[in-house]
Ligand binder design. Structure first.
Ligand code: 9MR
Ligand code: ZN
Length: 532
């Protein structure tokens, strides 16, 4: 981290988007071009107190700038910035490729993985938790996060983000990832998503139910994945997993219609069978870890949002009116502006807005639109109260706060698409600015990107591989002031402002883990901003 009074997007700004910085000293900022000519002077005005960071800072709009390198200077303190037409192409690709690095059950070869190779991991048959004599081949999927577990619900949401990024921003840099499937005629973002989808299909039971997760009983030590030889169990089935699975599979079946009809049909069938199973098992039993299981729980006591998403996608995929009835019945009961692993209503909303707009009752659609835009406006108000322009309230710095930031950016992007109002797009750009360094910590939350990226993710391969640099293209969970982990409690002063409750240290799982569903909303956001 640099000692600097400027907080900037360290990866770079787009010519067509706002170029904002936070400045921690009052005075006149000069902007100079590469030849050293001062092209602009900007008065910071009086500094303002920023509640979430505890900083006194000014929000400075650098104004219109052509592509190039510039230097900001105030009282002899300098900071370089870059502006270009398409600053996020490499970022989009790397964020998708981050998921490739999470692949389980296959060798990561040097020609694809560079230095970050490893032999195939978790290849032994898994045992069925409820009947351990039953052995199953459930190889594949992505390691969820810093751990080696594979969880269906989070996987479905991650794939959902990728598929919507593909559907809404096909012109973005979604191809040329140099993964094993590259060049097969299918965009790599879909190739990568398929790696997870194929695994998810294996997690469906014959009767349509879907197993919640595939993990060992305890988290592995900090070893490479192929050295984790503990028995993996296919854990009991659950409704939230089944419903998210159903939504994701129906969506994917729609996407693959033009690339692989057989795969598409297989997924649609799986989606319908999962939905039918839910119909036969309507009483929600919130999923809980069995007593001897200590891996991620992903507890969720509401399945309405997952069912809403499933019915939206199934309606889009089949046109069957019973799904329309289902989505209409639940639309009023859920938060339709949520895009995370627990609350997935926003994925259903995207389906309504961008796929079903001609099919749905116009009244219903209008109401959804209004509610959605109101949520976007509330998020914009929150961002407006932050000197850094961050759409997070002081109580929202929780585990995985970067997911909330990126979901808000997704919300802004959808609002922009719905209204064509640029202010939403600008807000979305502000959230990517935050992720890439315009934050109190002066850190980029994407490994390998920016001048000062975080270096010590809570990520087993990054810690165990003996390579200095962490695996590239991974998103940190970010500041969390409800920390519970030993090292985080030990090292962070108790009264630290929420946006500073962060430790770039490997053991700090509650502030610095990585996760597939923290990468994927960033893919969506960067993909959108890559296409302008
Ligand atoms: O992302 C999850 C976060 O919302 C929860 O607060 C946290 C504690 O339950 O768990 C996070 O998910 C972790 C999962 O349980 C296991 N794999 C790593 C995930 C990221 O930290
Ligand atoms: Zn593995």
């Amino acid at each position: 981290m640099t000692d600097n009074i400027f907080r900037i997007n360290q990866v770079g700004y787009a010519v067509s988007l706002p170029k904002r910085a936070a400045v921690l000293r009052e005075g006149t900022v000069t902007v100079s071009d590469e030849a050293g000519r001062v092209i602009r002077r900007i008065d910071t005005g009086a500094l303002l107190f920023d509640e979430c960071t505890g900083d006194m800072a000014a929000d400075v709009d650098l104004g219109d700038l052509l592509a190039g390198r510039y230097t900001l200077e105030l009282d002899g303190v300098r900071r370089d910035i870059t502006v270009s037409e398409r600053p996020y192409s490499a970022l989009v690709r790397a964020l998708i490729k981050g998921l490739y690095y999470q692949r389980c059950g296959t060798e990561l070869k040097p020609e694809h993985a560079g230095a970050w190779t490893h032999p195939a991991c978790h290849t032994a048959p898994a045992r069925l938790y409820t009947d351990p004599d039953v052995l199953m081949d459930v190889r594949g999927g992505w390691h969820d996060a810093g751990d080696y577990g594979k969880y269906v619900g989070p996987g479905a949401v991650t794939a959902g983000h990728l598929l919507y990024a593909y559907l809404l921003f096909p012109e973005a840099s979604l191809n040329g990832l140099n993964i094993p499937e590259s060049g097969n005629g299918v965009p790599d973002i879909l190739n990568e998503a398929r790696y997870e989808l194929e695994w998810m299909l294996k997690m469906q039971r014959e009767d349509g139910a879907v197993y919640h997760k595939l993990t060992t009983k305890r988290f592995a030590a900090f070893v490479m994945p192929e050295e984790d030889r503990d028995t993996e169990y296919v854990m009991p089935a659950g409704q939230c997993a089944a419903a998210a699975f159903s939504g994701c599979m129906a969506l994917a079946s729609r996407v693959w219609k033009r690339y692989d009809t057989g795969f598409s049909a297989r997924m649609l069938d799986a989606a319908i069978r999962a939905r039918d199973w839910l119909e036969r098992n309507p009483e929600l039993i919130p999923w809980k870890n069995p007593d001897d299981v200590h891996t991620g729980g992903y507890g969720d006591d509401c399945v309405n949002d997952e069912l809403f998403w499933a019915d939206c996608e199934l309606y889009a995929a089949t046109g069957d009116e019973r799904y329309a009835a289902g989505l209409e019945a639940r639309a009023g009961q859920i938060d339709i502006a949520q895009m995370g692993w627990r609350d997935v209503g926003g994925l259903g909303a995207m389906c309504c807005f961008f796929e079903l707009d001609g099919e749905l009752d116009p009244d219903l659609l209008n109401k959804l639109r209004e509610r959605f835009l109101r949520a976007a406006d509330r998020a914009a108000d929150t961002a407006g109260r932050s000197v850094y322009g961050t759409a997070l309230g002081s109580r929202e710095y929780i585990w995985g706060s970067n997911l909330t930031v990126m979901s808000r950016a997704m919300l802004f992007i959808c609002a922009w698409k719905l209204t064509d109002d640029r202010k939403y797009l600008n807000q979305a750009a502000g959230q990517l600015d935050y992720l890439l360094g315009l934050n109190a910590l002066d850190i980029s939350f994407v490994t390998g990107f920016g001048t000062d990226p975080f270096m010590h993710p809570h990520h087993r391969p990054s810690a165990a591989d003996g390579i200095d640099d962490p695996v590239p293209g991974l998103v940190s969970g970010g500041p969390n002031n409800r920390y519970t982990y030993g090292i985080t409690k030990e090292k962070l002063p108790p009264d630290i402002p929420p946006a500073r409750s962060y430790l770039d240290e490997t053991p700090s799982a509650d502030t610095n883990e990585i996760a597939i569903y923290w990468n994927s909303p960033a893919v969506f956001v960067a993909a959108c901003l890559d296409t302008l």
